[in-house]
Design a protein around this ligand. Structure first.
Ligand SMILES: *Cc1c(COP(=O)(O)O)cnc(C)c1O
Length: 369
């Protein structure tokens, strides 16, 4: 048996006619840039996030960058975030000319540890970017309390967490902005690059709309330095077909996660550490990530058995060569370093079958015997 990390083709085949009709409509209208499909998706995603504004942009990385810029982050400012995330989180900070300042994570959720944030704040700190890793939100109450006390901007990197909640509130209801990625493998995936920012702040929303069109307002008059970062109309047309299914897909992911946990506990006991959904959170399981000993050997063994896995992330950002000048070293963030050695994500997508799950767990059991 072969079990892929994810399989996008089955989902496409289930909605092929609708997708093709939607694309055909765009091409017939010849309205390719910021047309009605982008507007509809913005309205739907804003409503879904319980906030008034959404701004479609080219990808999830630009969504973070544009949020920081619209929120007033300037060269030389410091922005606090986690070293255990995808590169784009810290990359967006550096692209503003600002300095990423890392704070270690909690071992259970893999998210930024709020108890360690205040020690990292200086007079140069301007913003915090919590990342809702693997689909579970960070501890937003404590983070917002610290941000309010120190007058800091909060950008929620929700690239992996559309639909997640913390104490009943959605991504975007806590921070000044929350950013989504519609990269094809994300929970709501386009057929190319796309992203979106949601916000409760009318001024920030307006500023972000200006930045995504070269800082132009009115057209051909430039008061701020923007660039070209628009959500493509064709991608919006595809996403409008997929969006109504998002909650159903999240429920399927949650059911698969529960089943993985039951099977792994039953068959492997304490040999693997299964993910925990905190009681005040709704986890949308972008990834199902376990912690294990001999992680790399397990990954190799599973590959030989036809089971694909991924390591998110093998090298935390504080030890990435591109950030060497920040002066961090291995051991500065021990919880992140350990997670980078132990974490492994198992196949996870809504269409995953029970037989595939059984096989994955069987293979893991075989390895540890
Ligand atoms: C995917 C991802 C991004 C970047 O999104 P793109 O659309 O690929 O630019 C940023 N942060 C996190 C945590 C991500 O997983």
């Amino acid at each position: 048996m072969k079990v892929p990390m994810l399989d996008l083709s089955e989902q496409y085949m289930s909605m092929r006619e609708e997708v093709l009709a939607s694309l055909d409509e765009v091409m017939k209208s010849s309205r390719f840039i910021l047309g009605d499909h982008v507007k509809k998706l913005e309205a739907d995603v804003a409503e879904y996030s319980n906030v008034p504004y959404a701004v479609g942009v080219a990808n999830g990385s630009d969504a973070i960058h544009i949020s920081l810029q619209a929120g007033g982050v300037k060269p030389g400012d410091e922005v606090i975030t986690t070293p255990f995330t995808f590169f784009a989180t810290a990359g967006a900070i550096a692209r503003c000319g600002a300095v990423p300042v890392f704070v270690d994570i909690e071992p259970v959720t893999f998210n930024i540890d709020p108890t360690k944030i205040e020690a990292a704040i200086t007079e140069k700190t301007k913003a915090i970017i919590p990342v809702h890793l693997y689909g579970q939100m960070a501890e937003m109450d404590s983070i917002m309390e610290i941000a309010d006390k120190h007058n800091l901007l909060v950008v929620e990197d929700a690239a992996q967490a559309i639909g997640a909640t913390f104490k009943g509130k959605k991504t975007g209801e806590y921070g000044h902005t929350a950013t989504y990625s519609f990269f094809p493998t994300k929970n709501l995936g386009a057929y190319g690059d796309a992203g979106m920012i949601v916000t409760r702040d009318a001024d920030i929303a307006e500023q972000m709309r200006v930045i995504r069109v070269h800082g132009s307002k009115p057209k051909y008059y430039h008061h701020v330095l923007g660039y070209n970062s628009r959500l493509d109309e064709m991608q919006a047309a595809i996403l409008n077909v997929k969006f109504p299914h998002l909650n159903d897909w999240s429920e399927k992911r949650r059911a698969h996660a529960q089943r993985y946990t039951e099977l792994l506990k039953e068959r492997l006991g304490t040999a693997v550490v299964t993910p925990i959904e905190e009681s005040d959170r709704h986890h949308v399981f972008h990834q199902y990530t376990i912690r294990v000993a001999k992680r790399d050997e397990l990954q190799q063994f599973l590959k030989e058995q036809g089971v694909a896995t991924m390591v998110y992330y093998p090298k935390p950002l504080h030890v990435q060569p591109v950030f060497a000048e920040l002066g961090y070293k291995q051991g500065d963030f021990p919880v992140s370093d350990q997670a980078a050695e132990e974490a492994i994500s198992l196949p996870m997508f809504p269409e995953l079958t029970a037989e595939q799950q059984d096989y994955v767990v069987e293979c893991i059991e075989k390895f540890y015997q």
